[in-house]
Design a binder for this molecule. Sequence first.
Ligand code: SAH
Ligand code: SF4
Length: 409
Amino acid sequence: MTVSVSAPAAPAAETVLRRPSLAGRTRAGLAEALAEIGVPEKERRMRVGQLWNWIYHYGVREFDAMTTIGKGLRGQLAAHFSLDLPEVTAEQVSTDGTRKWLMRMPSTGPHDRGAEIECVYIPEVDRGTLCVSSQVGCTLTCTFCHTGTQRLVRNLKAEEIVAQLMVARERLGDFPNRKPPEGAFVPNDGGRLVTNIVFMGMGEPLYNFDGVRDAIAIMSDDQGLSIGRRRITVSTSGVVPQIGPLGGEMGTMLAISLHAVRDELRNELVPLNKKYPIKDLLEACRNYPGLSNAKRITFEYVMLKGVNDSDAEARELVRLLKGIPAKINLIPFNPWPGTKYECSDWDRIERFSDIVFRAGYASPVRTPRGRDILAACGQLKSETEKLSARARLMLDQDQVEAVPAVAAE
Ligand code: SAH
Ligand code: SF4
C-alpha cells in the first residue's frame, strides 16, 4: 500500500480569502458569475458554454488555458474567481488498485476549518466506479454502519459533490490530454477511467435531494463530465416520499439498502424503517419511474452473522421482491471497532446466495475492495479521521516521504 500525504492544511483564515471557485457550478451559477463581472446578457449564454467545456470536459485549472476566450475576459475571470478544487489532504492506494481520497472542502466562514469528506475509486475489468458522499456524516443511525455513529455535520453542496468526480478525474489523469498515473487501470477501449458513480459514501442522498439532483445534472451533462444517468446509482436507506421524485427528476438507477425482510429486525438495523416500513418501501419501488427489466432496482443486503442470514430469510427475500425487476447485492459486513456485529461465514453467504440465485436473481456477493485502506462501505470518514491524524503526525515526524500524490500533477 502506498500512503502519500500532502502538506498540512492551510489555516482557515487564508482559506476564507480565496477567490470563489467556478468548478462545480451549474450553468445558472456560471451565468451569475459572468453577470457579476459585467459580461453583457446577450453574450452570457455563449460564454457559459465555453466555460462549461473548459471546466468539465477538459478539466483545466487556469483561466489562461481557455484559449477560445479572449485575453481580456480571461484576465477578468482570474481576478475575481478561481477554478480551485477541494484540497486533497490524503490519498491512499490499495494493493487492489482502489484509491481513497480525503478532501477538505473550502471553509464557509471564519469558524469553519472546512468539512472533510471521503471518496473512493474502485477499478474493475469493465468499469471504474467512483463512490461519492452526499453529506458530511449522516442523521440516520443504522446500527451496522460506522457513518451512522457520527452526527451530521451538514449537507454537501452540489458543487462539492461534483468536485469529488473532478478531483478523481484529475488524480487519475482522466481528463483529455492528461496521463494516467503508473499502475492505474486503463480501459482497453480507450474509454474513461471513471465510468460509473454510486452515491454510497457518507450520508443519505435523499436527505440532500436538491444538492444531489443538481450535482447529477452537472455530472451527466454530455458536453462536460458525461457520466450517463444509467451509470449513476443513488443508494437510499428508504426515504419513501423521495423515491418517486428521484426517478422523475434525476432518472438515475436506484439502490435500496434493505438488509432485513421483517419490520421488527429492519426497525433495529435501519431505524428509518419505523417511519417507512418494508411494505411502503417496496410499494415505492414498484412505482419507480422507468422501472423495467433493463432498468432494475438493486437491493443491498448486508450479511450479518446470526442476525439476517438464515435460509428462511433468503427465501422470504425472494418472495418479497416478486414482481419487481431487481438485482440483489449481498454485501459482506465490514466490521469496525466497537461494532456488535460480525460478518456471516463464507459458506453461509454462499448458501444464501444459492437460494437467491435459484430463484432467478443474479446475486453477486460484493467483493470487499480496498479493505487495507479502510475504503469499504460503511467505514468511511471516521476511520480516516484517525488515519489522517496519524498520517499528519507521521509527516510532522518526517517518517513519511511527502510525495506528490500521483503523476498526473
Ligand atoms: N445512506 C445510503 C448510502 C450510503 S451507505 C444508504 O444507506 O443506502 C451505502 C451502503 O453501504 C448501504 O447499503 C449501507 O447499508 C452499506 N453499509 C453501511 N455500513 C456497512 C458496513 N459496515 N458493512 C457493509 N455495508 C455497509
Ligand atoms: Fe446513513 Fe446509509 Fe449509514 Fe444508514 S447506512 S447510517 S443511511 S450512511
